[in-house]
Design a protein around this ligand. Sequence first.
Ligand SMILES: C[S@@+](CC[C@H](N)C(=O)[O-])C[C@H]1O[C@@H](n2cnc3c(N)ncnc32)[C@H](O)[C@@H]1O
Length: 277
Amino acid sequence: MTINEADYKAFANFETDAWVKLSEHYDTLAGQMTRQAVDAIMDAIEIRPGVEVLDVATGPGYVAAAAQHRGAKPIGVDFSPDMIADARLRFPTLTIEQGDAESLRYADASFDAVVCAFGMLHFPRPGKALAEAYRVLRPDGRHAFTVWCGPAKNKFFGMIGDIVLKHANPTVGLPTGPSQYMLSDPMVCAALMDAATFDDTRVQEVPCYFAAKSPSDVLAFLRKCALRAIYIVDRQSPEVRAKIEADLMDAGAKAIEQYSGRIPCPVLLTSGTKRTG
Ligand SMILES: C[S@@+](CC[C@H](N)C(=O)[O-])C[C@H]1O[C@@H](n2cnc3c(N)ncnc32)[C@H](O)[C@@H]1O
């Protein structure tokens, strides 16, 4: 498969537009899940007071805020003005800056730790973002990134994906980008870390769940927060959309019962060290 500059641009533009629309609902629908990984991320970068931390794709700023809470000196960076506005409102004492993960404006060796929580699959070139993380890290600096586990373990995203693909025609012009589960394989994460010349790579699973009181919470996630699925579903006929929504309400009700309102969506946490010399 060949991906040219135009494909990368189209995917980047799709992401830029999508994050403007999503910021309003992110905290209640996606943030309720991503926040569950924050403590494990703090452990993975061996957080301690005084260290300088860069939180790439900070979104509402959860990771940067946790680092600040532990006495570190974080900067959050994100490319979406709406997510930045949300982070600044939520955590007024944090430093949040605008920037692109694939082209950071910071000098080489500026940070003791770099984190990217659930950002990698939104970047057209995740390898480039990893190389940037490596560049801005000091020697012996720690890096950690998280992605979602694949559908075999991830009952929440698996359920949504199965239902959308059962009914929808997916060939509706969604720009080419990294597949949703490209990094859900520990071997792939480790290979990316190797390619970026990180050492001591570790890939671990972190439990996480989507808390739903009723199936309409699951439907709300599809409508308001599932970036690529929204794009596909919005381009189907009203009849197909109705089938997807009805099936999701049904499957959501069953999953809520089966998992007592906590539908599993485990996380893969990859971490490593920049060793020089
Ligand atoms: C799934 S959210 C993760 C937010 C937060 N880190 C968390 O754990 O909840 C992904 C974030 O990546 C940001 N993003 C996507 N592509 C980006 C890029 N190329 N550079 C910087 N931020 C980007 C989006 O604006 C969004 O805030």
